[in-house]
Ligand binder design. Structure first.
Ligand code: HEM
Length: 122
C-alpha cells in the first residue's frame, strides 16, 4: 500500500491559505500599537513574501525561504517576551480567522513557539 504523507501545509489549504493568513496577520500586527513601530522602516511587501516563504517551509511545504535565520533577522530590535507573545497571539487568531482547526493551530504553535528563544533578546 502506498504511504501518503499530508503535510500541515497541505492540510490547512496550501499556498492560497498561507498567503491569505500571512497578509491578514500583518494587517493585524500593524494595527497593534505595541508592535507597529518595529516595522516603521520595513518594506511590507517584501516582508509578507518572506514570511509566506518562511511559514510555508515551517509547515512542511516547498522550501523557497531565502531570508535570514530567525536570530539574525531579529537581532538588535529589543524584542521582549511580551512582544513575541502578542505576535504569536495575532498569528493564532489569524489562523482561526482563516478557518484552520484548533488541532492544527495547536500543532503550528508547537512549531512556531520554540522560535521564541531565537527572537526574544530583552
Ligand atoms: C513567530 C514569530 C516570528 C516569526 C516566524 C518571524 C519571521 C520573520 C521573518 C521570516 C522575517 C524576514 C527575514 C528576512 O527576510 O531576512 C522577519 C523579519 C522581521 N521581524 Fe519577525 N518573526 C517573528 C516574530 C517577530 C516579532 C515578535 C517581532 C517584533 C515584535 C518581529 C519583527 C520583525 C521585523 C521588524 C523584521 C525585519 C523587517 C525588515 O527587514 O525591515 N518578528 N521575521
Amino acid at each position: 500500500m502506498a504511504t501518503v504523507t499530508t503535510t500541515l501545509y497541505d492540510k490547512i489549504g496550501g499556498a492560497a491559505a498561507v498567503e491569505a493568513v500571512v497578509k491578514e496577520f500583518y494587517v493585524r500586527v500593524l494595527a497593534d500599537k505595541q508592535l507597529k513601530n518595529f516595522f516603521d522602516s520595513t518594506n511590507m511587501d517584501a516582508q509578507t513574501k518572506s514570511q509566506i516563504d518562511f511559514i510555508t517551509m515551517a509547515l512542511g511545504g516547498p522550501n523557497n525561504y531565502n531570508g535570514k535565520p530567525m536570530k539574525e533577522a531579529h537581532e538588535g530590535m529589543g524584542i521582549t517576551e511580551m512582544h513575541f507573545d502578542k505576535v504569536a497571539t495575532h498569528l493564532v487568531e489569524t489562523l482561526a480567522w482563516g478557518g484552520v482547526s484548533q488541532e492544527d493551530i495547536d500543532t503550528i504553535v508547537g512549531v512556531v513557539g520554540p522560535l521564541k528563544a531565537q527572537i526574544v533578546e530583552a
